[in-house]
Design a protein around this ligand. Structure first.
Ligand SMILES: NC(=O)c1ccc[n+]([C@@H]2O[C@H](COP(=O)([O-])OP(=O)(O)OC[C@H]3O[C@@H](n4cnc5c(N)ncnc54)[C@H](OP(=O)(O)O)[C@@H]3O)[C@@H](O)[C@H]2O)c1
Length: 279
């Protein structure tokens, strides 16, 4: 059996202007893929293209996944660019970070539209084409928050859980048609996700979350994702030790719920800080 590779495969990366998507685009391009890169900020996409190993193999298609009415036409345009698409990386995402009591309804809607609905509409549009060609891959960026809820991430976690429900159903319906769904579950990755994120009132979160500073680099994350995709895994989990909480949650859900509720790490840090200031 010949070894699977991305060489000359058409890959559409949605959410490719920064972070994980940017690294995915650059690595796919380096591995010989024909890339279409999308996001809202065209200038950033141009920079990504110019930094690629082979920029001639990269096309830019501006798109805002929140504008779901416009998405079918954009997905059709993406398909027409090369007459097929082998891999769609549904990676666009935004983090809304706040307590539920502070999270206004428009922010829940924004999170659902950006992180879930946009991906679902794109998949809905491309599916008939992929069924006709007898092959196609949806590589969907979820999160550990797609596996269990977490304080201050309610809207984000809800949107990531929705991705699992939708795309696991798609996998069940269309595996027989040669359609593959790969759910990507990153742990902590050192990107601007919190910097670009929003608070519950819609204002900018605007700072780098402490825990992300120690996260995996987006470049390593992209390499691991692509390795998992080529292995046709149902789920690709990437990150540091935090990824074991998925297993912990699966095996001991009550214990995990207790840990999440009680923030043991934060309590330990607060205790250390208190001791340090007292001495
Ligand atoms: N970093 C982590 O620790 C982590 C962990 C788990 C999951 N993830 C997931 O990984 C994915 C990538 O995030 P990242 O960490 O790389 O953060 P990032 O640097 O902020 O990247 C987010 C990407 O999504 C795009 N995007 C946001 N809103 C969009 C919209 N309405 N339409 C089209 N594109 C949009 C952004 O481009 P524009 O702003 O130019 O539109 C950007 O390219 C997200 O789905 C995120 O939820 C990240």
């Amino acid at each position: 059996m010949s070894k699977r590779s991305f060489k000359e495969k058409v890959c559409w990366i949605v959410g490719a202007s920064s972070g994980i998507g940017e690294s995915l685009a650059k690595e796919l391009n380096r591995q010989g893929a024909i890339c279409i890169i999308s996001a809202r900020h065209e200038e950033n996409l141009r920079t990504v293209k110019s930094q690629c190993f082979n920029p001639d193999n990269v096309k830019i298609l501006k798109c805002d996944v929140e504008e779901t009415d416009a998405l079918p036409a954009i997905a059709e345009a993406a398909w027409r660019l090369h007459g097929n698409i082998d891999y769609v990386f549904l990676n666009a995402g935004i983090a809304v970070r706040d307590l539920i009591v502070n999270t206004q309804t428009p922010m829940i809607v924004k999170s659902m539209n950006t992180n879930f609905l946009g991906a679902a509409v794109i998949a809905r549009t491309l599916l008939p084409h992929m069924i006709a060609q007898g092959t196609g891959h949806f590589v969907v960026t979820s999160s550990i928050s797609g596996k269990y809820g977490f304080p201050k991430l309610s809207a984000y976690a809800a949107s990531k859980h929705a991705l699992h429900g939708f795309f696991e159903s798609l996998r069940a319906e269309h595996d027989k048609d040669g359609i593959r769904v790969i759910m990507v579950i990153p742990g902590l990755v050192k990107t601007g996700i919190s910097l670009h994120g929003l608070k519950g009132d819609g204002s900018s979160y605007g700072k780098m979350q402490e825990s992300l500073k120690t996260g995996l680099s987006p470049e390593v994350c992209a390499l691991r994702i692509l390795k998992g995709v080529l292995k046709n895994k149902n789920e690709v989990i990437v990150g540091g030790v935090e990824r074991f909480t998925i297993l912990l949650n699966r095996l001991f859900p009550s214990l995990m719920a207790f840990i999440i509720r009680n923030h043991p790490m934060q309590k330990l840090k607060a205790l250390r800080l208190k001791k340090a200031t007292q001495s």
